[in-house]
Write a protein that binds this ligand. Sequence first.
Ligand SMILES: *Cc1c(COP(=O)(O)O)cnc(C)c1O
Length: 453
Amino acid sequence: MARNRKIYLREDEMPRQWYNLAADLKTPPYMSPDGAVPPEAWAPVFPMNLVEQEYSTERWIDIPEGVMELLTRWRPSPLHRAYDLEEALGTPARIYYKNESLSPAGSHKPNTAVTQAWYNKEFGIKRLTTETGAGQWGSALSFACSLIGLECKVFMVRISFDQKPFRKLMMQTWGGICVASPSNETQAGKAILEKDPDTPGSLGIAISEAIEQAVTDKSGQTRYSLGSVTNFVCLHQTVIGLETKKQLEKAGEKKVDIVIGCAGGGSNFAGLSFPFLYDKMNGADIDIIPVEPSSCPTMTRGPYVYDNGDTAEMVPLVAMYSLGHKFIPPPIHAGGLRYHGMSPLVSKAIKDGLMSPLALHQLECYKAGILFSKTEGIIPAPETTHAIAATIREANKAKEEGKEKVIVFNFSGHGLMDLAGYDKYLAGELTDYELPDEVIRENLKVIENYPKP
Ligand SMILES: *Cc1c(COP(=O)(O)O)cnc(C)c1O
């Protein structure tokens, strides 16, 4: 095979439909105390065209022309062959990575951000609210809203707002309004500030503020936007895997052995893996591996339960792997992927034995991130290093077994805005941390009396 480091697609070779895993895999319904939650119940939160996608069981859903137009700002993304990483490892495996770091916001998140912005605009919405932790999602949504002419309001966790100014500046550059949460703009925010004026804030509080501001807008022209977890977000991300399949074919690969992605809420992993999972369900022999941090071990140590998707208990119950909706990873953890639950579709695929989740400690992940930076050259986001570390493990296994395996992983984003974690790693300040069983048991007490899927 001639050496070809990057495999490109032309814009006219982009997928025209998303793959909807819900057609091939049934998940338990969303629940409230009154029973299953019908689509209409979401109307104040999301526009109905996206709610329809959330409940859809159509296998292929057309990507509207307007969304295609937005995606071509940076798509199709290249698939890279990691020749230099392979050489450094001395592995017979062929390693490929799908480079989602080339989007304007630096990750896969704009794939769904522009799509959600487009559907909201179609539905007559003028303004989106959302929350952000470190700022990756807030910046992606601000970018999307700026392209399409929607107002964007981002509630950013206070401590990140103060300590991580660069993503806030990206949001502002794209015209987004970024406020520190808790804020004085919502009842939820005011109540917290009254009790604790110096609170660092939390993602849970920021979500409550964003949802409150959307559902209380009397004009009816504000909705809430979510960056991961839901079925429609996973759906939008499947452009990643659909492109990858075409690119692997162009590279002359007839078979893929292992598909890997890091998983926080599950969306970038879902985006790469669901189209391969479709092949697996139709007979292909593929190992599909979502990777999480050992200090937030949702898939590997959490039970499959009904739990709130949000810390604030404002949205319906979701059937998923979860550590309990009040779970917060220990402060020593520097690698992102902190969500307490997991996408319902990814969770069900794991439950059905179709995927093999893996948890990794942070030192192994940062070490992998540094090796990748020094061989392939791109500095990965701390989240992405989980996928790289798992890939290195599989490549080493292939070496031991003397097998020419084909491994593909999702390079979900670059780490240029997240160098503080590398700083701590390089200074020797990071340690591994094994989460005690008691902590998991304690955190699961809040959902003891919830219905079971
Ligand atoms: C947000 C983010 C993730 C985690 O989110 P998922 O929904 O699990 O994909 C992973 N990598 C990067 C670079 C991110 O910005």
